[in-house]
Design a protein around this ligand. Structure first.
Ligand code: ZN
Ligand code: ZN
Length: 153
């Protein structure tokens, strides 16, 4: 748990630098995401707060907290699943522009990965050639994680 505390502390400092405040409830939601290797929906986070902290936070507030955490670059929203993950670069110094994720279709485990810029640009060009525009630079790729590959073998 020490590592979790250190990450929260780091996030707290980062918010302060931006003139924002990581309140107790915001910390709770962020901890829930940090402790999960899966993306969580707002409702799963409500359950987490109830079972882990005995607190009932209304959905509206959870969404507001998630918006806040997203604006502070601490979490990402997965568009396809409408779920949230803690940023893998949360303790890094710089905010990153693009985010790419691989999502296990079996157990929903999520990992934030760095795809080479040139690959993203090529993809963008191909999408444009097809007459589409990519939504931002966030990519969400479905797959099977290592342990699901092993268990299905
Ligand atoms: Zn990130
Ligand atoms: Zn899996």
């Amino acid at each position: 748990m020490r590592k979790l505390e250190a990450i929260i502390e780091h996030a707290d400092q980062q918010c302060k630098q931006n003139g924002a405040r990581l309140t107790a409830k915001r910390k709770q939601i962020l901890s829930g995401l940090l402790q999960s290797d899966k993306a969580l929906s707002a409702y799963e986070l409500i359950d987490y707060c109830k079972t882990q902290h005995g607190e009932t936070i209304p959905a509206m507030s959870v969404y507001r907290i998630l918006d806040f955490l997203e604006s502070q670059h601490l979490v990402h929203r997965l568009n396809l699943a409408n779920k949230y993950v803690a940023c893998a670069h949360i303790t890094g110094q710089h905010e990153h522009a693009a985010s790419q994720f691989v999502i296990c279709r079996q157990c929903q485990r999520v990992k934030e990965i760095d795809i080479n810029d040139s690959v993203v640009q090529t993809l963008q060009q191909d999408v444009r050639d097809a007459g589409f525009e990519l939504d931002g630079q966030q990519l969400e790729i479905n797959g099977l994680c290592e342990s699901c590959v092993k268990s299905s073998a």
